[in-house]
Design a binder for this molecule. Structure first.
Ligand SMILES: Cc1cc2nc3c(=O)[nH]c(=O)nc-3n(C[C@H](O)[C@H](O)[C@H](O)COP(=O)(O)OP(=O)(O)OC[C@H]3O[C@@H](n4cnc5c(N)ncnc54)[C@H](O)[C@@H]3O)c2cc1C
Length: 434
């Protein structure tokens, strides 16, 4: 099968601009100690520049103001802007707002509900509204959403939601929460859940706390990027706050996560490359035990392995993106699962090696590596833990195989069959050699 990830020269020019813009305009902001509100003020002119270039919210289809780039080009773009935690914010595709906008757009199409656009989608895209995605619960395994226990019961023209969620990223600064709840307990779990838009000001919504985490162990409540624990107690929303048809929660979650995983993986590659660049620079700069670090075989192995692993992850991710563009997300399911765990592991390993090469400097907050290391650890958990994706790949792979009491490659059995198959030739050989 031929693979073709080539992009046109005009897009290559845009990528070159994005690389320069990210390095020169976005990287410096990382070093300033600013509140989220101040960051927004500082990046406003940069966002305007991105809009002028037609690159704002590029993940959405053109009719919604996006670019219609397709996953290969979007992936290449995410690799560049994912180098910095502020990149997605400057380009109008930061999580969870970008995924939520995609979800709303899919729900809008499924039900022909154009009011969704004006009420929630456009404010999200304009950055005047913030959102959270509230699916994971503390008391049920998030890795198996069939266990979801939050309920939504129809009562007249309203839905009544009850449940407890946590790790709703940005939940404590959000205006709306997209809540996944069981709306039909009698249906198969994959058809029994739905998504609802819940404004945070709705009575019964309580933001219990922001959860301290490796992101921020002594978390300060209400900061952008926190992960909230939220209770929903008899929360009533109008019937039109249901997104997509009733029972489409899983379908919408998949629609949200498929492209999102490609973008994540490409952003991880941008981060990996940044850690890799730091590792190579340090290896050439630090002298110990009679030579530069670059001359120690262990460090050379780390550089060589990291480069090979990043190269493999990049090709795998671009191939998954290419397949998704051609055949859709469902056809690329195995490829998307593979890049999730492979990409997350590469990210983690490259940052870990780079941090090690820098010694105590790597562990210190004088370099971005310690923060990158903490964020990289989460990549193996969010968007479904790696083990679940490995399970998907193994299960799908095993469908192509059949059990065999005697291994197919068992040499004595094969030799017997070969003797039968070539009996005539073998007889002639024996006679000739006699
Ligand atoms: C930084 C961060 C941000 C997040 N943001 C959000 C958000 O915005 N909204 C939201 O709803 N959720 C969010 N989450 C939650 C995330 O999606 C869940 O943590 C994830 O789905 C795993 O669920 P769980 O934590 O309940 O782990 P569990 O389901 O309890 O799994 C625990 C562990 O069990 C193992 N395991 C699970 N299944 C299998 C299996 N089949 N085979 C072998 N081992 C297995 C894995 O090692 C797994 O890590 C976020 C999480 C993090 C870390």
């Amino acid at each position: 099968m031929a693979w073709d990830f080539e992009t046109e020269p005009e897009f290559e020019e845009q990528l070159a601009w994005m690389r320069e813009f990210t390095r020169e305009e976005i990287f410096p902001i990382e070093t300033l100690d600013l509140s989220y509100e101040d960051v927004l003020k500082v990046i406003a002119p940069l966002q305007d520049e991105v809009r002028r270039r037609g690159l704002w919210a590029a993940h959405l289809p053109p009719e919604l103001g996006g670019t219609g780039f397709g996953q290969v080009r979007l992936g290449l773009m995410h690799e560049v802007l994912g180098q910095s935690p502020y990149g997605p914010l400057v380009f109008g595709n930061n999580a969870p707002d970008s995924g939520n906008a995609e979800l709303l757009a899919v729900g809008m199409e499924m039900t022909d509900r154009h009011d969704i656009r004006e009420r929630w989608l456009e404010p999200l895209l304009a950055g005047t509204m913030r959102s959270g995605f509230s699916m994971t619960e503390p008391h049920t395994a998030g890795s198996d959403p069939k266990l979801l226990s939050t309920t939504a019961v129809r009562d007249g023209d309203e839905w009544v939601i009850n449940g407890r969620k946590w790790y709703t990223s940005n939940g404590s600064v959000a205006d709306i929460l997209i809540v996944m709840a069981v709306s039909n307990p009698d249906a198969h779990p994959y058809q029994g859940s739905s998504m609802f838009v819940v404004p945070v000001t709705t009575p019964g919504v309580t933001i219990v706390r922001d959860v301290g985490s490796m992101d921020d162990p002594r978390v300060v409540y209400g900061r952008f990027g926190n992960h909230a624990e939220i209770t929903y107690e008899d929360v009533r929303v109008p019937a039109d706050h249901l997104i997509g048809p009733e029972g489409s929660g899983f379908m919408l979650a998949q629609a949200r996560l498929g492209p999102g995983r490609i973008h994540h993986c490409m952003r991880w590659l941008g981060q990996s490359q940044r850690a890799f660049d730091m590792m190579c620079e340090r290896a050439l700069s630090r002298f110990t035990h009679g030579s530069m670090l670059a001359e120690k075989q262990t460090v050379q192995n780390w550089i060589a392995d990291s480069r090979a692993e990043m190269h493999a992850a990049r090709l795998m991710t671009l191939q998954a993106a290419w397949k998704m563009d051609r055949e859709g997300a469902a056809a690329a399911r195995v490829e998307i699962a593979m890049i999730k765990y492979y990409g997350a592991t590469v990210l983690y390993n490259v940052i870990d090696r780079s941090l090690q090469v820098h010694g105590s400097l790597g562990y210190s907050a004088d370099l971005p590596l310690e923060a990158m290391y903490r964020w990289a650890r989460a990549a193996r958990i969010y968007d479904g833990p790696d083990e679940v994706h490995r399970q998907t790949v193994a299960r799908q792979t095993l469908k192509d195989y059949r059990p065999s009491e005697v291994p197919t490659e068992f040499i004595p059995a094969r030799a017997e069959r070969a003797r039968e198959k070539f009996a005539e030739a073998l007889e002639l050989l024996t006679a000739a050699n006699a």
